[in-house]
Ligand binder design. Structure first.
Ligand SMILES: Cc1cc2nc3c(=O)[nH]c(=O)nc-3n(C[C@H](O)[C@H](O)[C@H](O)COP(=O)(O)OP(=O)(O)OC[C@H]3O[C@@H](n4cnc5c(N)ncnc54)[C@H](O)[C@@H]3O)c2cc1C
Length: 454
């Protein structure tokens, strides 16, 4: 089957792109969305069924469309969800909002392009005649597109240790994909849980355990033991400085941001000023400075930049204060079993001490920092074909400032990427406010480029 546009992926980036294509393309155009995720549009992020799993961006900044910033807040009000200014809605509601928005566009009586949703995984890619790309699907079909948008997200990282020597019942109690919350049903209230990784996914798991009345101990282990900060309950206005005036070295930037934080009286105000300008700042940095940022500043950037809703933060800190959640900093190097339990050995950060942790359940929340090519057989194949290139920092694939994929054969195929795959070019491209702008821009370029049916 031949399409004007093929969108590969089924998470937020894909659906945001499709919503914009529906608005921009003529009724004669044909679009296909290929995704292996049953909840089209919800992806990993907005599939959660727990009300406690909240957005980490205020509802007022989560509209699907940059030019209609109130759309999500209006949707919440129409459904009588209690919401005050600056509130953080549930991720479940956000998933419903995305689904409803897409459904409303598809139901619209005005003439609109045809959109086919194909539940499948794209397993391979072939260049076809007339500068089109064909995708081989795991259901045996092939679809061909004149314009292609890759929206593959980051994928899943395997556990950082080898579990193959563990007996199968112990392997059964190591959770490699924590986003499938069904593992929680097997946990007894007084079991003990060890979580690897101390970022946002860890907080999600802790809250999910709390919500089901879990009373046991939760050990959290990560290299540095750094945990995300919370948003302020009453945010101060953004700090008064222009990020365009920041120096172009990481050490210089950090020095100035510390000065601005002291002046503003709250580092959050400084992050809020920086936030909409981060892409421009990243693009000004020389490759060596970008590398320096990734090597030295990334863990601190993550906990200050990706903050959690204030009540989520308070709940988590209470659990730490009560001793139910214990945070460890160190390097895990071994997992074995003893007395039917899992036994972890880690080396304490900055010390020689070897520490042993015992638990009934081990949950991998180390996540994937950025979208590497290694996690996707499709991308690996496309790289061998010269259709894409890894970006120099291996944060994803190379794209230009219009999200056009860089290849050895430029211009042959109209190929774009949206979302985390483009972090090498944009860095700040994981959250809705950035992805929605990118999705709109890509849809606009496709619409402007045209084609037989567009
Ligand atoms: C738990 C969590 C909470 C978050 N909370 C927020 C928040 O509150 N606010 C915010 O702004 N951002 C948040 N984010 C950021 C979030 O990642 C983005 O908002 C967005 O969901 C990313 O969507 P995506 O489509 O790029 O990636 P994904 O959601 O990962 O979707 C990629 C999809 O592509 C599919 N796919 C991959 N390869 C193939 C293939 N070969 N063939 C077919 N399909 C394929 C995958 O199965 C998946 O469905 C959160 C992220 C997570 C993980």
């Amino acid at each position: 089957m031949s399409y004007d546009v093929v969108v590969v992926g089924a998470g937020f980036s894909a659906i945001a792109t499709v919503c914009n294509l529906i608005e921009l393309l003529p009724a004669s155009a044909k679009v296909a969305v290929v995704g292996d995720d049953p909840g089209f549009g919800r992806g990993t992020a907005y599939r959660s069924e727990l009300y406690l799993h909240r957005l980490n961006v205020p509802a007022g900044r989560m509209s699907l469309f940059p030019d209609r910033p109130d759309a999500f807040v209006v949707w919440l009000k129409e459904r009588k969800r209690p919401l005050r200014d600056g509130d953080f809605a549930s991720r479940q509601d956000y998933g419903l909002y995305v689904r409803d928005t897409l459904a409303a566009l598809l139901r619209d009586k005005r003439p609109r392009c045809r959109v086919d949703f194909i539940r499948a995984k794209a397993t391979g890619c072939v260049e076809r005649y007339n500068a089109t790309l064909g995708f081989l699907l795991d259901n045996g079909d092939e679809i061909v597109g004149r314009h292609v948008v890759l929206c593959l997200g980051v994928g899943n990282a395997p556990l950082p240790v080898d579990l193959s020597a563990l007996p199968s019942d112990a392997r059964d109690r190591t959770i490699d994909n924590p986003w499938r919350l069904s593992w929680l049903r097997r946990v007894e209230a007084n079991d003990s849980v060890c979580i690897l990784g101390s970022g946002l996914t860890m907080i999600d798991q802790v809250l999910a355990l709390f919500a089901q009345g879990f009373r046991g101990r939760i050990d959290v282990l990560s290299r540095r033991g750094l945990v995300p900060h919370g948003h302020a309950r009453v945010p101060k206005p953004p700090a008064d400085f222009d990020p365009a005036d920041l120096p172009e070295t990481i050490s210089g930037i950090l020095r100035q941001l510390r000065r601005e934080s002291r002046r503003a009286g709250d580092w959050r105000s400084v992050m809020d000023t920086l936030r909409p300008k981060t892409q421009a700042l990243w693009q000004r940095l020389a490759p060596a400075e970008r590398k320096r940022f990734l090597r030295h500043a990334l863990p601190w950037w993550n906990i200050h930049r990706h903050r959690v809703a204030p009540d989520v933060y308070d709940r988590f800190r209470e659990m730490v204060a009560s001793g139910q959640v214990v945070i460890h900093a160190g390097h895990l190097h071994d997992i074995s079993t003893a007395d039917d339990r899992l036994m972890l050995h880690y080396r304490k950060r900055g010390a020689r001490d070897e520490v042993e942790l015992r638990c009934d359940w081990l949950v991998n929340c180390t996540g994937v920092e950025r979208a590497g090519i290694a996690h996707s057989p499709l991308l690996q194949q496309m790289m061998r074909q010269g259709l894409i290139k890894a970006d120099p920092l291996r944060l994803g694939i190379g794209v230009d400032s219009n999200s056009v994929v860089r290849s050895d054969n430029p211009g042959a195929v109209s190929l774009y990427a949206v979302g985390a795959l483009t972090a090498g070019q944009f860095w700040e491209i994981t959250a809705v406010p950035d992805i929605r702008a990118q999705a709109r821009a890509v849809a606009q370029r496709i619409s402007d480029a045209g084609g037989p049916n567009i």
